[in-house]
Design a protein around this ligand. Structure first.
Ligand code: GDP
Length: 298
């Protein structure tokens, strides 16, 4: 995902560490190159501007040009700024699953973003790691195939699946899922909402109505990292309408430019909680800002 960016940044860093002393001009030139590298990686412009500003301020503040190993120090500042951009030093946030069961997790996102796959992956993860019983429910009333897909994936994940009742609306399915979860002793109910090919008023109104009746603890937006700035714009717009608690970026195993991953947190203010790393039901990793920054810097 970050190959091109990693290569560009390592070129910049090689120049910085290749010489003993650095002038202010050298640092400025490096910052310009970092700016171009981030823009080429499809990172949103305001994010790039803030990032470069942060690095510059820290470099000035720490007086890097008078440091013993100025190049190394700049690299460290860039690393720390990247960690900050991705969500900070802390442990990965994970999910909030304590309290009166069933805890509801609402999954939102555009069609094709990987929402259904991610719902099943999450069910599997919660069952195996947190040892909690999960019920999956499909609310995609317009696409019977999507309902069947979730049913199949629920089997792979060895999670419960709310039986499909033909003709029932999404809000009623949400209510039935929560009730079934309560009566059947599930700890967690994951609601896979309908996706559309683009954001429209119907989609938002339906997702909001589902949220209102199911009172979700977590509302996760699933976005396809390969769609770059579109994914960021989608997240921004969903976040205006739904009380999102986090993001899941899918297809991080793909050959994209990585800009979405770098822009998401800054643009939406929401934590990236998980990343999808394969099509398989176990292909979901907790998002770790430090590890990701380390990967980007190679
Ligand atoms: P939905 O329409 O949002 O529910 O999307 P799906 O869950 O049906 O996913 C669309 C396609 O993306 C499927 O072929 C999935 O196998 C694939 N997919 C989902 N997440 C990932 C991922 O993290 N990595 C890869 N490589 N493929 C994924």
């Amino acid at each position: 995902m970050f190959d091109a960016l990693t290569e560009r940044l390592s070129g910049v860093f090689d120049k910085l560490t290749g010489r003993g002393a650095l002038s202010e001009k050298d640092v400025d030139a490096a910052l310009r190159e970092i700016r171009v590298a981030l823009l080429e990686a499809d990172v949103a412009l305001p994010v790039v501007k803030d990032f470069v500003k942060t690095v510059k301020e820290r470099a000035v503040g720490e007086d890097v040009i008078r440091a013993v190993a100025p190049g190394q120090q700049v690299i460290k500042i860039v690393h720390d700024a990247l960690v900050g951009l991705l969500g900070g030093e802390g442990e990965p946030e994970g999910l909030s699953l304590t309290g009166e069961p069933p805890i509801v997790i609402l999954m939102a996102g555009l069609q094709g973003s990987g929402k259904t796959t991610t719902s099943a992956k999450l069910a599997r993860r919660i069952q195996t790691r947190d040892k909690k019983k999960v019920l999956l429910a499909s609310l995609d009333t317009r696409r019977p195939a999507a309902m069947e897909q979730l049913q199949q994936m629920a089997e792979q994940a060895e999670a419960g699946f709310l039986p499909i009742v033909q003709g029932q609306g999404a809000v009623d399915i949400a209510k039935r899922a929560v009730q079934a979860g309560r009566l059947q002793g599930y700890d967690v109910v994951i609601l896979d909402t309908a996706g559309r090919t683009s954001i429209d008023e119907d989609l938002m109104a339906e997702a909001k109505a589902i949220s209102d009746v199911s009172n979700p603890r977590e509302t996760l937006l699933v976005a396809d990292a390969l769609t770059g700035q579109d994914a960021v714009e989608t997240a921004r717009r969903f976040n205006e309408r739904l009380p999102l608690t986090g993001l899941v970026l899918t297809r991080m195993d793909g050959d994209g430019r990585g800009g979405a991953a770098l822009s998401m947190r800054h643009v939406t203010g929401l934590p990236i909680k998980f990343v999808g790393v394969s099509e398989k039901v176990d292909g979901l990793d907790a998002f770790d800002a430090k590890r990701m920054a380390g990967r980007i810097l190679g």
